[in-house]
Design a protein around this ligand. Structure first.
Ligand code: RTP
Ligand code: MG
Length: 141
């Protein structure tokens, strides 16, 4: 049974600054997922507050938003069968120190000793999140 989905992938400011956008997209394409749309965004507080609404009030919220507005982000609309779960598997767990080797965070990320995990990528975590986040980052499409 097929279940074609779309997900939002973000290459976070650390990934863009380290010139890892191509490497991250290479892994997405090598897995067989389809790039549908892509844009470079300098996210403002309004967008980030909406994007991270589930984390408002948590101790890492403010450093997270400061990190995400520290430089450009690459937003991608990516399609594929079960791509929401599949991209999160490619990304690895939140903490790059314990993310499995073979994953984006496990291979390319590390703990920089900062207030928030700089873990290179974001991927939507459910169909509802994907629909909501894609509308935020790709408002015209
Ligand atoms: P994401 O939303 O970015 O795909 O990552 P995730 O689902 O694995 O993690 P989530 O719990 O949604 O947290 C969002 C982002 O906040 C930062 N974070 N830092 N204690 C910490 O240092 C901490 N906890 C969360 C990370 O950048 C995480 O990806
Ligand atoms: Mg999340």
């Amino acid at each position: 049974m097929t279940s074609v989905q779309e997900t939002l992938v973000l290459v976070k400011p650390d990934g863009v600054a380290r010139n890892l956008t191509g490497e991250i997209l290479r892994r997405i394409e090598a897995k067989g997922y389809q790039l549908v749309d892509i844009r470079l965004v300098e996210a403002d507080r309004d967008l980030l507050g909406n994007h991270y609404e589930e984390h408002v009030g948590k101790p890492f919220y403010e450093p997270l938003v400061e990190f995400m507005e520290s430089g450009p982000v690459v937003a991608m609309r990516v399609a594929g069968n079960r791509v929401i779960e599949g991209f999160r598997t490619l990304a690895g767990t939140t903490d790059p120190t314990t993310a499995a080797p073979g994953t984006i965070r496990g291979d390319l990320g590390r703990d920089w000793g900062l207030a928030v995990q700089q873990n290179l990528v974001h991927g939507s975590d459910s169909p509802e999140s994907a629909e909501r986040e894609l509308a935020l980052w790709f408002p015209a499409s």
